[in-house]
Design a protein around this ligand. Sequence first.
Ligand code: ZN
Length: 231
Amino acid sequence: MGPSIHGVFNLIFPRKCVHCDREIDNKKSLVCFGCEAQINWSKPFKNKLKNQVLQGVYMPNVQGAYSLFSFSKEGVEQSLIHSLKYQGSQKTGRNLGKSLGQTFLELNGEHTIDCLVPVPIFHRKKFIRGYNQTRSIAQGLASELNIPVQNNLLRKKKSTKSQTKLSRNQRRLNVENSFFASHAFKELSEVGIVDDVVTTGATLLELCTEIVKVNESIKITIFTLGVARLE
Ligand SMILES: [Zn+2]
């Protein structure tokens, strides 16, 4: 585990491990030592994970894909994402985003990304959950990359079913025409799209397609906390 990862768990949040429910000695941690050791960090960005995302989002505009860990169902990674989504821990999102940014910079040094755009969720869902978790990931990432977050360039036009139980093809149909990309993308040359977990890449492919309709020469980099295998 590299030094940049250490900051991830210095969070004032639960008293119990979000994965195994055991009491945690270090009250600032999200997971216990045993569970932390089980996390499949993808540092330095495993090609396998990268390729999975790039195969899902097969467009020449997409330049690269970066993830923090491989996401296994019922693993520690799922508990982390779950706590981020449903326990309203924006601080968790920001810290994981920072780690993603630090690791990206260690690997690439400089970058030419203009801004970060979080994957939007439908406004009713945001209302229920209170916030969009990809925004907090983007905030942490942006603070490391020293670029702004643009929350209003992408909009989810309609509510879509949860993708969890759907096949690859069903996922593509499910998200078809569900995003709106602002004309402001015309003014940008390179953007980073921020997501929490990528599985088939159907959502990303759909929204990247919408962005490219607005600006056909735009370069896109994908950032995601986790990459999951399709069960
Ligand atoms: Zn644990």
